[in-house]
Design a protein around this ligand. Sequence first.
Ligand code: NAD
Length: 365
Amino acid sequence: PDEIPADFDAARAEAERLTADIERYRLAYYSEATSLVSDAEYDALIHRLEAVEQAFPELAGQDSPTQQVGAAIVSAGFPEHEHAERMLSLDNVFSIDEFREWAEKTRLAAGRPVRWLSELKIDGLAISLAYRDGELETATTRGDGRVGEDITENVDLIPVIPRRLEGEGIPEFFEARGEVFLTSEDFEALNARQHQLQAEFAREQAARGRSEDQIPVRYPEFANARNTAAGSLRQRAEKKTAAELALMRDRLGRLSLYVHGIGAWSHPAFENQSDAYRLLDAWGLPVSPHSRVFDSIDEVVAFIEDRGEHRHDVEHEIDGIVVKVDELELHAELGETSRAPRWAIAYKYPPEEVHTRLLDIRVGV
Ligand code: NAD
């Protein structure tokens, strides 16, 4: 990697350039569900900005993208909703060595044995589901972590999100946090549908005498499952024709959810995050079957490596492994930074170049 400028003005100029690029990519990603660069390229820019800020801490202001969760909302027209408890992002590591370093540091800070809740990192988008007396009150996107978009009106069309929970011990109020995503199968099905619609449209246009090169792409292929899920979730029913509404229903109806955290919770009666998952599962919220709890860091490393080798055997896209301290008392003791908890880390797998190239070829056809 290039050396960090030794001179403050040069460092500031570089930080400003990086920030401008990152802001543009973040806006496209969070507000329009489009990726202008790959995730790996984006992560490299963030990494570089962090390094510059580490050398010159006075550049790391509160409004730096390295200190923030997501991005402020550019409204798609949904009402805004403030989370009862803030939604955070996750810190990243990109190698097993970095992961071991984080885990050792965390174990030392904990001062007692730690059990590690290890989960697949689902490539989707975060949602908060607030339940009052067992009824869904609001469904909200993460937004900037404090305020998100209230997308409750769309949840009626997402069958996997329960409107009402059933069972013993449901608290008066709680927030479940989870990931909305498309399974690889549903992503393929949506694209097959786009191809079919485009073919029908092209036939109709040809029948009107348009030559092939004059026919526009009205139903483009979706680029990836994450952005398609994000775009689907934030669709507005307003001003849509009947045919467009039917498509919107189809897209929302295919979304999946796994719950992977809790926010505000009146009187929690459990010790571990994995216990919370068992309760949420019993009340009807979908919980990932792929999570495991381990006593040793070596077992977590083996899990990371094994899942990395079999990452395409899973029903959804994964971009890493999330490792969390299971004990909730320790969450409170370890605390959080402005953007991420100190009791969890995301290990990110290296990007898969071959796979991307194949996809590019397919898109180009
Ligand atoms: P993140 O995706 O690195 O990690 C935090 C998120 O992971 C959580 O908010 C949660 O939604 C999700 N998650 C998935 N599985 C989880 C699990 N089992 N437990 C807990 N959380 C889980 O961070 P982020 O702040 O959401 O986004 C930053 C990332 O988004 C970047 O690293 C990059 O990959 C991508 N991004 C890409 C672009 C682009 O232009 N390509 C732009 C902006 C962001």
